[in-house]
Design a protein around this ligand. Structure first.
Ligand code: KIV
Length: 256
């Protein structure tokens, strides 16, 4: 049993190049409780919520109310773990709106927030008002046209490098790099001063983040860059089928 101590921003930053950081998403009380018990140091309540838990085709449908609901459940399950709350689509479309919405996520239990894309003015404004921000570059699902790898050609790679530098200057304390070539992720990791967290970005990063439903095998399709450590969906289906059979054949006995 791990006794977690909530990591501070400084402790997280000092892990760069030293201790790789393992991050998982969570959306519910029971799962976050297990992640904290496993010693996972950082939980992201991501807006992937919309796709993996709510059945939408994109993350754009996720609302602030959805995020507040799920962050508060995750906080109850993981009281001693640093929680990053995702700002959903358009909730950060101006610095003032982003601050108002970040405050709601912090009040629900988040310790820091994550936003997608090169929104330098928003990051600066949040930091000036005491909100710690995680950046997210590469594939940014809120606005992406498809889920293909980005940064493969030189222009795109150069743009991501410029954006990474500018986001770090604006004040992000971690930088998520999603679905970019591993050599680009490696170069960024060597060049920026904050820990890089990869998802589909190879091994040369300061940490990795995966979506919990992909990790435990719940859902219909899992991205090629995620790894399944269990197949919980299959276990649920099998348990339900056995229960149904027992009830229908009148052999069900809860005390057995
Ligand atoms: O919303 C999310 O879960 C994310 C991760 C995929 C990084 O942004």
């Amino acid at each position: 049993m791990h006794i977690n101590k909530k990591l501070t921003i400084e402790e997280l930053q000092s892990k760069k190049g030293m201790t790789p950081i393992a991050i998982l998403t969570a959306y519910t009380y029971p799962i976050s409780k297990e992640l904290e018990a496993a010693g996972i140091p950082l939980i992201l309540v991501g807006d992937t919520l919309g796709m993996v838990e709510m059945g939408y085709n994109s993350t754009q449908e996720v609302t602030m109310n959805d995020m507040v609901y799920h962050i508060s459940a995750v906080r109850r399950g993981a009281p001693n773990t640093h929680i990053i709350g995702d700002l959903p689509y358009l909730s950060d479309s101006s610095p003032a709106l982003a601050l108002e919405n970040s405050q709601r996520l912090l009040d629900a239990g988040a310790d820091s927030i994550k936003l997608e894309g090169p929104k330098y003015d928003v990051v600066e404004f949040l930091l000036k008002n005491g909100v710690y921000v995680v950046g997210h570059l590469g594939l940014t699902p809120q606005t992406a046209q498809n889920f293909k790898q980005v940064g493969k050609d030189e222009d795109e790679a150069n743009q991501i490098k410029l954006q990474a530098d500018a986001l770090v200057k604006a004040g992000v304390f971690l930088l998520v790099l999603e679905h970019i070539p591993s050599d680009l992720a490696s170069e960024l990791t060597h060049n920026v001063s904050v820990p890089t967290i990869g998802i589909g970005a190879g091994q040369e990063v300061d940490g990795q983040v995966l979506v919990i439903n992909d990790v435990i095998g719940v859902g219909e399709k899992w991205p090629p860059f995620s790894k399944q450590y269990a197949h919980v969906g299959k276990t649920v289906r099998e348990a339900a089928a056995i229960f149904k059979h027992e009830v229908e054949t009148k052999v069900f006995d809860p005390y057995q």
